[in-house]
Design a protein around this ligand. Sequence first.
Ligand code: 5RP
Length: 223
Amino acid sequence: MTQDELKQAVARAAADYVAANVPAGSIVGVGTGSTANFFIDELAKVKDRIAATVASSEATKKRLEGHGIKVLDLNDVSRMPVYVDGADEITAKLEMIKGGGGALTREKIVAAVADKFVCVCDQSKLVGTMGKFPLPVEVIPMARAYVARELEKLGGQPKLRAGFVTDNGNLILDVHGLAITDPAGLETTLNQIVGVVTNGLFARRGADVLLLATPDGVRTMTR
Ligand code: 5RP
């Protein structure tokens, strides 16, 4: 199976999960990225079962609306049973690195409101120790150089994501060379650096369910 076929299979499983587990008329949070895009296309097939969605990026909002799916402002939503999104790396404890698409801040905010985070990945994303994938850190533009020096003190090699501005008007530093043995601790430490908006570690609030696409089918893992 190709990677796209695996993403397609897990996207279908996630749409089935939503149809089976979420009360009719619910609001669904939707992530960003290529796997999330496959999910949006599958969600469109069961869109009559949900009331609306909340999008984690402008790109996701556009794709949802292209399917005729209603997208709400998060400020108008107090209850969301589920948030579905991909990841760049995920451990068996369902801690993740996210932000390869640069949408980490909005993803973390939408996920915080949801009762359950359902992560959709192909098997290449499951790792023992995170950090091979460079950790994205969203920074306020004027703090870029300062934050980069602080990240170097923590043992990372930050690289500015060239030509990229987030939906929030900020920059991304991709931090290479970290072996992340304490994801929740590092998530907190990075959040203390002045000028950091969000970091791509989703460990304090990891996923609740992982739907993992393998050539033998979609495996379900829970925390
Ligand atoms: C975007 C993300 C994505 O979920 C992550 O990059 C995975 O993307 P893909 O499904 O394309 O591999 O965090 O900010």
